[in-house]
Design a protein around this ligand. Sequence first.
Ligand code: NAP
Length: 320
Amino acid sequence: MMKAIRVHEFGGPEVLRLEEIPVPSPGPGEILLKVEAIGVNPVETYQRGGSNPALPLPWTPGTDCAGTVEDVGPGVEGWEPGDRAYTSSSISGTYAMWTVAPAAATHRLPDRLSAEQGAAIGIPYATAWRALVQRADARAGESVLIHGASGGVGLAAVQIGRALGLHVIATAGSPAGADLVRAEGADHVLDHTAAGYLDAVPELTGGAGPAIILEMLANRNLGHDARLVAKRGRIIVIGCRGPVEINPRDLMVREADVRGLLLFNATAEELAAVHTGLAEGLASGSLTPVISRSFPLAEAAHAHTAVLAPGASGKIVLLP
Ligand code: NAP
């Protein structure tokens, strides 16, 4: 038996209950991981509330974790018990002491990274890579505005943007978040809580506007983004919590694109390319996840409140 968080009814953070359930078994093509750290993503709060396509209950949240291989199912090659790994596609849920994931979605964790850092790779780094490389088609020398750079996805995008040779303008909403974004390599940092903070963007991009905007809160910012983006620029909608008014004429005169991104839509081939692309930077040090806070697994409810609170400065993880 193992400890795991279980959800029996959709609702607020209080529906996250610590229970004892059987340790899952890996099926064909699957790996059993001993979980050492768990990545907490905003999507798990939406799922817990029942707003994303409702999940069958009872449910163990979580797709991201890092740990060691405990056992492998039939047909799995190249993995041995004790190997360090991370995944972003758990089948059984990662808010638990053990989890089962497809071997194809389980990746080597470089020795230089802790388990907490490994748990921060999955959704955030895959989303940031997909945004810049697969959706925005970023090219070295282009400018990117990362609108909401202090959280899990944003910091990953800052590091990936630097590694790709982009000129990075990034926003944060707290002094600690701004300091962190700057330390992680942003060329310019703006405070998205300050009045008129976007006025600086044209000058920071030589008058042209950013070629790429990665948007973490489109319901607040998309209308402004459409007026800021460069001619033939690309706005990638990553985060959105409601409707927004935008003047399509702003896109028309710039011949700019608004492109949605949903990581769960990526094909197996695209995901394999994402993790191959990330591997070099994770090993060499250009990509290094930053942890803001860790909570014991039993305090998953606090972690769910914290991940939606303003003032992000890195990634929130749970420790089993
Ligand atoms: P996170 O760690 O909680 O970070 C949230 C970020 O949003 C912080 O940087 C926060 O900045 C920023 N923010 C707050 N107010 C903002 C504003 N007015 N303008 C711009 N940014 C603002 O969350 P995350 O994991 O990075 O995810 C970010 C968003 O993307 C979430 O909505 C998440 O659901 C979504 N997401 C979508 C996908 C997908 O497949 N489409 C994948 C991953 C994540 P401060 O806290 O400093 O104010």
